[in-house]
Design a protein around this ligand. Structure first.
Ligand code: PLP
Length: 390
């Protein structure tokens, strides 16, 4: 089969590989618990579903403007004003097929062949592949559990070269759940502007942060850096809308036009019905997010206590729904890395986890707590029995 060289260089998603293996075992009749999930275990709120049903009934089933219906673009701009005080307009917003398409199109719009893109590691799985597709060069900036997996101006400066053009930040982070404070983000934004580096800030978990930590966003600095930052958001996680495929970017008008050009020549508008649902989410009540947060805080605290009780170094996350403990002390000759350890755990006790190697840190394994409390505790007890040999 003829497959382009560009594509053969791209690695398939490791998260999807874990899920495929788990499904294979399920098909053999094994009971499998997945802590490899990247989506909330709650349903999409009823008022959002109702808006979609109404859109269908009204026959809202045709092409829309490529960057999204004006009301939705305005609602995205107003979201950033309401929560982060950014003075933006609908022209700064583009609606995309999940946060993923916004990230991809942004990279295609700002990266030239050979440009270096700084990616703090551990990183979300798709960044390096997206940079590769944009013909950029990923430069990983290592971090550690002791420093909450966060980069600083100093560590970024050490990785900067004459070819550095873009930095991808992700807060709250997938896979670590760690978050930058507003001061840390602003120091990085200033450093980036002074060095002519464009920041893509992936904030798809921005509303999923846990008290006393308060939501943080580069949108708060919007007026200072209108042409050196772009923010990516999505309703996938906060409104449990992963399957609907709705995300957005907030960027300079010119950059929105460039992204619109890519979207216009590739996918056009996102699903028209989803856009009506997204409008209902953005302009309706937000208490659902707070209710979900209570469950996540409870689960995070329990999981954190159990995992650190194994003696595993692990920063306590302030957001998202993942823990990323260092587990290399349990690796053995037969299970020498995170992938082998995850396979062993899956085969021996039927718990699916994602190897840290997928996120650029083989010392760690990612645990998602987007499952109900009993399932979480059961799974952790099983994983503990493998690691501690009990
Ligand atoms: N960015 C991060 C950090 C994510 O974890 C995800 C999804 O898991 C995305 C982007 C993509 O989100 P979406 O499903 O909205 O495309």
């Amino acid at each position: 089969m003829r497959i382009s060289d560009r594509l053969t260089r791209i690695k398939p998603s490791a998260t999807l590989a874990v899920n495929a293996k788990a499904q294979e075992l399920r098909a053999q009749g094994r009971e499998i618990i997945s802590l490899a999930v990247g989506q909330p275990d709650f349903g999409t709120p009823a008022h959002v579903c109702d808006a979609a049903k109404a859109a269908l009934d009204e026959g809202f089933t045709r092409y829309t403007p490529v960057p999204g219906i004006p009301a939705l673009r305005k609602a995205v701009a107003e979201y950033y004003t309401r929560f982060y005080g950014a003075k933006t307009s609908a022209d700064n917003a583009i609606i995309s097929n999940g946060g993923k398409q916004a990230l991809y199109n942004l990279l295609m719009a700002v990266v030239n062949p050979g440009d270096e893109v700084l990616i703090p590691a551990p990183y979300w799985v798709s960044y390096p592949a997206m940079v590769q597709l944009a013909e950029g060069v990923s430069v990983f900036v290592p971090t550690s559990a002791e420093e909450q997996y966060l980069v600083t101006v100093d560590t970024l400066e050490a990785a900067r070269t004459g070819k550095t053009r873009v930095l991808i930040l992700n807060s709250p982070s997938n896979p670590t759940g760690c978050c930058y404070t507003q001061e840390q983000l602003e120091a990085i934004a200033k450093w980036a502007r002074d060095n002519d580096i464009f920041i893509i800030s992936d904030e798809v978990y921005d509303r999923l942060v846990y008290a006393p930590f308060e939501p943080v966003s580069l949108a708060k600095t919007w007026e200072k850096y209108p042409d050196t930052i772009a923010i990516v958001g999505a309703l996938s996680k906060s409104f449990c809308m992963t399957g609907w495929r709705v995300g957005y970017a907030l960027a300079h008008e010119e950059l929105v036009k460039a992204m619109n050009k890519i979207q216009g020549q590739s996918t056009s508008n996102i699903n028209s019905i989803t856009q009506k649902a997204a409008l209902a989410a953005l302009t309706g009540p937000w208490d659902i997010v707070d209710e979900m947060k209570q469950a996540f805080i409870r689960r995070r605290d329990r999981a954190y206590e159990i995992i650190t009780g194994w003696g595993a170094p692990c920063p306590k996350p302030d957001g998202a729904f993942y823990l990323f403990p260092v587990l290399e002390q349990f690796y053995t000759e037969e299970t020498p890395d995170s992938a082998a350890m995850c396979s062993r755990i899956l085969e021996e006790v039927g718990v699916a986890l994602v190897p840290g190697s997928a996120f650029g840190d083989d010392k760690c394994i990612r645990f998602s707590y987007a499952v109900d409390d009993d399932t979480l505790l059961d799974a952790l007890s099983k994983v503990g029995s493998v690691l501690l040999g009990r």
